[in-house]
Design a protein around this ligand. Structure first.
Ligand SMILES: Nc1ncnc2c1ncn2[C@@H]1O[C@H](COP(=O)(O)OP(=O)(O)O)[C@@H](O)[C@H]1O
Ligand SMILES: [Mg+2]
Length: 327
């Protein structure tokens, strides 16, 4: 064993402090000790690992202790950090949305290849579409599929809470963000991207939009910046071309709606269900509402002691959902 107890303690300390130079220095001491003990292979492997880590600056800023991983104090109000566990296969998506997300994943995974030819992978993505169609979920899926943390910046709450100093706060987030490879989700993006904000030259919203645009320009291609909005029509048109990819979400058609319901009932016995009848009750409902209706039908069946979920239970739950949104 080439690493002494003291070495191990020093390594853990350096890691916890996010002090990578100390981490490498201690590792080099371990390598030197290994060499003295005749473990030349281990020694050279350790040195190579450090060289490789130093040569690839962003790899050392992955999911390790950086200031952003657990936002504290005021930043915690602005940003939440997650390691999402939701897979692409759990989403029901139109062909065009699926292809767009696949393309982001593909380019991010092959970014070394692209960069060696002078191209950047897609890393600035705008998701637009009605509420409950899976925009926020898609950001979580992208993070999960790329093995990255997800930082969500909620813009709607931000403006009022820090009135007058929001752009400074955002700047803090952006500065920290540049140091960690991650997915950055700007949810309810219209809060700052609205046309009215862009026209308001002196206002706080204008300053926030400007710092966001700067962030977008400076964001390293290894990180994904995802902006999501339910109101694309409010956005300043000039904003659209700042993104590498604009993905448009829609309410599901009848077949897709049926798939969403089936997807949520995967652990239930649905052998008796007449899906064509269920589908005829799905009109107007978003993916999120369909999931909620499926859950409510399932829970009711379980608590009523039924083994099977019925067509009627599903139809009722779907109709109730539609009625609920009219209130
Ligand atoms: N396309 C989808 N496929 C499967 N489930 C979905 C889909 N879209 C939404 N959902 C369900 O609805 C919930 C809320 O969706 P969300 O991503 O917040 O919608 P949006 O951000 O577009 O308003 C999700 O957590 C998921 O349970
Ligand atoms: Mg959302």
């Amino acid at each position: 064993m080439s690493a002494s107890a003291d070495h191990l303690k020093a390594l853990v300390q350096a890691h916890a402090a996010g002090d990578e130079e100390s981490f490498y220095a201690v590792t080099l001491q371990v390598a030197a000790k290994a060499a003295r003990q005749g473990h030349n292979r281990l020694a050279s492997e350790l040195r190579e690992m450090i060289d490789a880590a130093r040569a690839e600056p962003l790899s050392r800023l992955g999911p390790s202790p950086t200031p952003m991983i657990r936002p504290k104090g005021e930043l915690a109000d602005l940003v939440t950090a997650d390691y999402p566990d939701v897979r692409l296969s759990e989403m029901t998506l139109s062909k065009s949305v699926r292809e767009a997300l696949d393309q982001v994943l593909h380019e991010q995974r092959q970014r070394a290849e692209l960069e060696s030819h002078g191209f950047e992978p897609i890393h600035r993505v705008l998701l637009t579409g009605p509420p409950g169609t899976g925009k926020s979920m898609s950001a979580a899926v992208l993070a999960h599929e790329l093995g990255l943390p997800l930082f969500t910046i909620r813009l709607d709450g931000v403006i009022s809470r820090f009135m007058g100093e929001t752009s400074t706060k955002l700047r803090t987030v952006f500065d920290a963000a540049k140091q960690s490879r991650a997915v950055y989700l700007f949810d309810e993006f219209d809060a700052i991207g609205a046309e009215r904000a862009a026209k308001n030259d002196v206002g706080e919203a204008r300053r926030m939009l400007n710092s966001f645009l700067l962030f977008l320009d400076e964001s390293p291609p290894e990180s994904l910046v995802v902006a999501a909005t339910n109101h694309p029509n409010l956005l300043d048109r000039a904003l659209f071309r700042r993104f590498d990819s604009v993905v448009t979400y829609d309410l599901p058609g009848m077949k897709q709606a049926g798939e969403v319901v089936r997807g949520r009932l995967i652990n239930m016995n649905t052998t008796g269900v007449e899906w064509a009848e269920v589908e005829s009750h799905t009109g107007e409902l978003s993916h999120a509402e369909l999931v909620k209706a499926a859950e409510s039908a399932a829970k009711r069946s379980i608590l009523a002691g039924h083994q099977l979920i019925t067509t009627a239970a599903l139809a009722t739950a779907l109709d109730e959902r539609r009625a609920a949104r009219r209130d």
